[in-house]
Design a protein around this ligand. Structure first.
Ligand SMILES: Cc1cc2nc3c(=O)[nH]c(=O)nc-3n(C[C@H](O)[C@H](O)[C@H](O)COP(=O)(O)OP(=O)(O)OC[C@H]3O[C@@H](n4cnc5c(N)ncnc54)[C@H](O)[C@@H]3O)c2cc1C
Length: 479
């Protein structure tokens, strides 16, 4: 039985010895490798950074890992997280950030915790799968303008030199606080909350994250007069930890002061240079979205680079990267600042809707999506539901069945107009009824390579127009 019809155009890359894309930093390498793009990674560090910074990621990021073929390995390392609770100085609950549990509609739980060096190691090893990716470790780029490649993507972090060398400033969104970040590896069982806690203590706002396995994270806001040295002194750190645990309960693996900022680069493209991750934006960590936003940048950029380099789309398509990602990041920054503000002004946050079709508080994307005079149907611009489906007795997640690239889920046979693989829903088992919910009564749903819903067709007769609209939006001629 054929449930998925091939539909992709592929133009082979010219092999001139000059990479199609150079990446400074590691972030994009797996996505570009998966897309078959000749890539050179320049990374100045020979080893992954040994200490955790990020410890939270979300369902969309797990889906991206799944789509680069690392879902199972990552699933073995992460643990589902139970949300976020605001408590007073004595640990008494004030309010839940959300008072409901969402269904794992992307195929993954809404939130996870993890130990970053473990994840970084899987991502680095993952790159070795791709012959088209050439990794240069210990290779510090002095000036991106001297890097040979058709496109250069700077994922060189907030302090990276590519952005300033391109004359791009950070726009300051008005958030500057100093926080002490403390990581502990527990050496014996200690009774600690199993949920992320934001401590609304006017004297010492703090965050506690029950990270994966034995890793626990605390963050304490510093008062203006406190020096970095004073704050990070082990004696001071154990004093701050005293309400939670005692020396002997665990090993202090890091106590460092970080400046939490909110900034966004004024433009994300300068000729052949594209900025991604912290090189393009920074946010305070209260929503755990800094790294997640960078990985979303990478997923958005990867398919567009592939379309331009291999599928005949015009370079202008790459301008949609900033147009789509920047408003989304700015909203993440606002949400992060808002969550941090609640530490000072505890007040029940505006409740989010539990409408069953949203997977998180994050906003939809707007940009290259089906345009219609009528208000867009709800899922357009949102991550598509990812149901478990059954094919010939085997249960599998829909993205795994569909494969990389665009896919069209149709309520019966259809063509993909040279753009999309077609997944005929009538040939699949739908054990949870979620495939039907993805279709939502329409004849077809078109899903972009980054798994956002591009658009829907109400009737079979509208499918061709939907595909033609998508081809136009990425700058491809009609099929
Ligand atoms: C305390 C704290 C907690 C956080 N918690 C979370 C969280 O829970 N969830 C979350 O999603 N985010 C979190 N973040 C944010 C997250 O850590 C960052 O957003 C993320 O690490 C940024 O990744 P990046 O690859 O863009 O930049 P970086 O991690 O800074 O990586 C830049 C890379 O580029 C390389 N590089 C730089 N310059 C050059 C050069 N000239 N040549 C070659 N290589 C170069 C560097 O060696 C490095 O490997 C947190 C941050 C902090 C500080």
């Amino acid at each position: 039985m054929v449930a998925v019809e091939e539909g992709h155009e592929h133009v082979s890359p010219a092999t001139s010895g000059v990479p199609e894309v150079a990446v400074i930093g590691y972030a994009l390498a797996n996505l570009l490798g998966r897309a078959g793009i000749e890539t050179r990674v320049h990374e100045r560090c020979t080893e992954p950074y040994p200490l955790p910074r990020a410890c939270h990621l979300d369902a969309e990021i797990m889906r991206i890992f799944q789509n680069i073929g690392l879902g199972d390995e990552m699933a073995a390392l992460v643990e589902p997280s139970r949300g976020m609770l605001f408590v007073d100085a004595d640990g008494r609950p004030l309010f839940d950030y959300e008072d409901f549990v969402r269904d794992p509609i992307l195929g993954w739980h809404e939130d996870y915790v993890f130990i970053q060096p473990e994840l970084d190691a899987v991502l680095r090893a993952g790159v070795d799968r791709f012959d088209c990716v050439d990794v240069r470790l210990g290779a510090e780029v002095a000036d991106w303008r001297e890097v040979p490649a058709r496109w250069v993507v700077a994922c060189d972090g907030a302090a990276g030199t590519s952005r300033p060398r391109a004359g791009i400033d950070f726009v300051d969104l008005g958030y500057d606080q100093r926080w002490l970040v403390v990581d502990v590896m527990l050496s014996r069982p200690v009774e600690l909350p199993g949920i992320i806690c934001q401590v609304c203590d006017p004297k010492r706002p703090a965050t506690f994250v029950p990270s994966a396995r034995d890793h626990r994270r605390w963050e304490f806001r510093l008062a203006p007069g406190e020096s970095d040295e004073q704050a990070a002194d082990p004696e001071n750190v154990w004093q701050l930890l005293a309400p939670w645990l005692q020396p002997g309960d665990g090993e202090l693996v890091r106590a460092a002061v970080y400046d939490f900022h909110a900034t966004v680069a004024e433009t994300w493209r300068h000729g052949r240079l594209l900025l991604a991750g912290d090189a393009a934006h920074q946010m305070p960590p209260f929503m755990g979205q800094g790294m997640c936003s960078g990985i979303r940048d990478a997923a958005n950029l990867a398919w567009k680079l592939q379309a331009v380099l291999h599928n005949g789309a015009p370079e202008g398509l790459l301008d949609s990267y900033e147009a789509e990602r920047r408003p989304h990041v700015e909203r993440c920054i606002e949400l992060s600042i808002e969550a941090g503000r609640l530490l000072d002004e505890p007040a029940f946050p505006e409740p989010d809707s539990d409408d069953g079709e949203r997977w998180s508080r994050l906003p939809p994307l707007s940009g290259l999506f089906q345009q219609s005079a009528a208000p867009a149907p709800f899922p357009i611009g949102h991550q598509a539901r990812q149901p478990t489906v059954v094919l010939e007795g085997e249960r599998l997640l829909l993205d795994d069945l569909a494969g990389p690239g665009w896919y069209l889920v149709s309520d019966g046979p259809a063509g993909g107009a040279g753009l999309a693989r077609v997944v005929d829903a009538t040939r699949l088992g739908d054990p949870d009824g979620w495939l039907a919910r993805l279709l939502g009564g329409s004849a077809a749903v078109l899903i972009r390579p980054d798994r956002y819903v591009y658009g829907t067709a109400s009737t079979t007769a509208d499918v061709a127009a939907l595909l033609a609209d998508a081809r136009r939006s990425v700058g491809l001629e009609s099929a």
